[in-house]
Design a protein around this ligand. Structure first.
Ligand code: ADP
Ligand code: ADP
Ligand code: MG
Length: 682
């Protein structure tokens, strides 16, 4: 076995590989870019070498430099992870030339599977079923059009060199074909430097089912069953599971045999994935067709680990070191069901636009084990609280993997794990994933690649918390913090009892006391009223509806809240003026526009209006000298690709604008100054 390996990757996969290496007493060398100087993967390895600037082409794609580092540090082998150099045939060859083991297939297998059209021709010879289509070398427009017309619409045009869904165009009618072809070729040349295309019959209600294969240098092959990756957005996977719902033993064996035949046809060694597209016929039967082979470890490999109880990175290392496969086909068994969710920094409600930012809060569900989910929860992540998701690399923050004895159990565990994932500081798809997991289609395993568009009405623009609960959380959190502050001060003074409620000049000592909170919820200004009657306790009034409120701080950020007859546990985190509220129902934000805190607590800072997060000033709706009413929008900020309205905390006059539209501002930067009018309560 190797004594030392270099990991030519970053993020969660670099950490993942390092963990197995550590378990096997193999020393590890990390490489890192400027942006990753303090990254988790650097700490996860025994040593680390800086290889260049932040852009991938200046660091993680510099393969000559990486080989140099491997030789200088005495590493015997290089694990490429996924993405970056993992499917780079020239890199695999250069490793061999330098006397290093590339932990992956032979360069010839990467080359053979690298182009979709060529690999299809190979697969046809090996007897692997293909989607009906055209994958010839002739690329004339008239030829391609006549091939498409002959197979019948709809068809799918793919870039032969493609990956990541790029260039793919579905065409419904012959008259649209030429335009789609031009646009596919344009994207293909830009992305891959190669505009060759192939055409496939567009499979209706398709499922994406892939087979994990493994080969060793002795010519042995096994398949480690299937993964269903049908739930996709923009042709990219979001949720993956194993085994595939509805899979029969007969079909599994046929697909496994086809995948092994595909691997054998290219003398494959190591971990690979054969992707199939599965057609679901009206009578419930399924047929499968080869799509492509990914010649690397896949992002979603943990679901296979969970159901087989194996560590695929360990297998990769053993095979690369020349050992035979640890198990034979007859020794492999499926145990239970596993699901993976990819947590990405993105805005699902805004066409999944990627987001960047700092992980101010990064709360994850408790994990039961690292390598295998084993009836529990596993988190693979390459970041820690305080780290930044930068624009240089992909937007994946973490992978949540759950395992259960049945799909139903795994689903429930996934929902709970997502509920316990609290991220503040950047937009993520966590709540969206919860909606998908709970959608009718996903819950009942009606899986196909159109699941997300089909369930759109329950997936997008959902706020399951609602204003009354968000308001209750705001009031409870604020009162609790104020009480904590008073208690701390009291302890410091070691003086007698001070009534925390008496600390605010807004409270009246007789009858029903009253305090108002200004807030912004879903971009609407809201006024929350709090009354306290001697007999009835606290009452919150929102939009004219009054309900009794009780609350108790449980621990850390957790509050037990009872509003009317609804009792709920909420975790509330402050992020500037925005409160992030996580509940079992879902998560939401409510912005506190606390005029009193500004006017009262921080003397000399009256009317200070700050940016809740780093971003860009879009516009001011006021100018110096304008009189404004409480709750009136003053400025709009664009942060993390979302707009935020900054509203007046109370009546007043605008003294000064401190930025101009278009300016970039840091978190907490003062945007404008307000001269506050005397507040009614003061
Ligand atoms: P996979 O097939 O491994 O699940 P996808 O098909 O979703 O990956 O992604 C398509 C391409 O993008 C692949 O080439 C993969 O290597 C790359 N990729 C996907 N996710 C990431 C990630 N988080 N980091 C780096 N590369 C990624
Ligand atoms: P990439 O290399 O970009 O991952 P793939 O060929 O693997 O491209 O296809 C990506 C996704 O596109 C599949 O998972 C599937 O959702 C969809 N797709 C691919 N081929 C077809 C087809 N013939 N009919 C319908 N959908 C398809
Ligand atoms: Mg693919």
């Amino acid at each position: 076995m190797f004594k030392k390996i270099l990991i030519a990757n970053r993020g969660e996969i670099a950490c993942r590989v390092a963990a197995t290496a550590a378990r096997m007493a193999i020393r590890t060398v990390a490489v890192y870019s400027d942006a990753d100087a303090g990254a988790k993967h650097v700490q996860a390895c025994d040593e680390a070498v800086h290889i260049g600037a932040s852009a991938p082409k200046d660091s993680y794609l510099r393969w000559e430099k990486i080989i140099e580092v491997a030789l200088a540090t005495g590493a015997q082998a290089i694990h490429p992870g996924y993405g970056f150099l993992s499917e780079n045939e020239a890199f695999a060859r250069a490793c061999a030339t330098a006397g290093l083991v590339f932990i992956g297939p032979p360069a010839s297998a990467i080359l053979a599977m690298g182009l979709k059209a060529e690999s299809k021709q190979l697969m046809e010879k090996a007897g692997v079923p293909l989607v009906p289509g055209y994958h010839g070398s002739g690329q004339g427009i008239a030829l391609l059009q006549s091939e498409a017309d002959a197979m019948g619409y709809p068809v799918l045009i793919k870039a032969s060199a493609g990956g990541g869904g790029k260039g793919m165009r579905a065409v419904d009618r012959s008259e649209d074909f030429a335009d789609a072809l031009v646009s596919c070729k344009r994207e293909a040349i830009n992305s891959f430097g190669d505009d060759a295309v192939l055409i496939e019959k567009y499979v209706q209600r398709p499922r994406h089912i892939e087979i994990q294969v493994f080969g060793d240098t002795q010519g042995n092959y096994v398949y480690l069953f299937e993964r269903d990756c049908s739930v996709q957005r923009r042709h990219q996977k979001v949720l993956e599971e194993a085994p595939a719902p509805g899979m029969t033993q007969a079909m599994r064996e046929q697909m496994g045999a086809a995948a092994v035949a595909a691997a054998r046809a290219v003398n494959y060694v190591g971990a690979g994935t054969v992707e199939f597209i599965v057609e679901q016929k009206p009578d419930g039967s399924m047929s499968f067709f080869f799509m492509e082979m990914n010649t690397r470890l896949q992002v979603e490999h943990p679901v296979t680990e969970a159901i087989t109880g194996l560590d695929l990175v360990e297998w990769q290392l053993r095979v690369a070191a020349g050992e035979p496969l640890p198990l034979q086909q007859s020794e492999l068994k499926i145990n239970g069901h596993a699901i993976e969710a990819r947590i990405c920094a993105e805005t699902p409600d805004n066409n999944f636009l990627p987001a960047t930012g700092t992980l101010h809060v990064y709360g994850l569900p408790p994990c039961t084990s690292f390598a295998l989910a084993n009836q529990g929860v596993r988190v693979d992540s390459g970041v820690r609280q305080g780290d930044t998701i930068s624009p240089f690399y992909d937007s994946m923050v973490a992978k949540l993997i759950v395992h259960g004895s049945t799909r139903e159990e795994a689903l429930a565990r996934m929902d709970a794990a997502l509920m316990q994932t609290h991220i503040v500081g950047l937009a993520t798809n966590v709540q969206f994933l919860r909606h998908v997991v709970n959608s009718e289609s996903f819950a009942t395993a009606q899986l196909d690649t159109a699941l997300i568009p089909r369930e759109a009405t329950v997936l997008f623009n959902q706020d399951k918390v609602g204003l009354p609960l968000a308001a209750a959380a705001l009031v409870a959190h604020t009162l609790d913090q104020e009480a904590q502050k008073v208690l701390t001060a009291q302890r410091a003074d070691a003086q007698g009892w001070i009534d925390p409620w008496a600390q605010r000049d807004s409270w009246r000592s007789h009858g029903a006391t009253l305090r108002s909170f200004s807030a912004v919820y879903q971009e609407q200004p809201e006024l929350l009223q709090l009354t306290r009657a001697h007999t009835k306790g606290l009452q919150v009034q929102v939009q004219g509806v009054t309900a009794p409120l009780q609350f108790e701080r449980l621990h850390g950020s957790a509050l037990d809240i009872t509003l009317g007859d609804q009792r709920i546990q909420a975790q509330v985190y402050d992020h500037g003026e925005v409160l992030h509220v996580f509940t079992p129902l879902g998560a939401t934000t409510i912005t506190r526009v606390d005029a009193l805190a500004h006017a009262g607590d921080t003397q000399g800072e009256a009317g200070r209006l700050t940016a809740p997060m780093p971003g860009k000033v879009v516009s001011f709706s006021v100018k110096a000298g304008d009189a404004v009413k409480k709750g009136q929008p003053l400025a709009i900020m664009d942060a993390m690709k979302m707009e935020h309205t900054i509203a007046a905390p109370s009546d007043g006059v605008v003294a000064e604008l401190l930025f101009a539209p278009g300016d970039q501002v840091t978190e907490g930067a003062e945007l404008l100054r307000l001269e506050l009018a005397q507040t009614a309560a003061a």
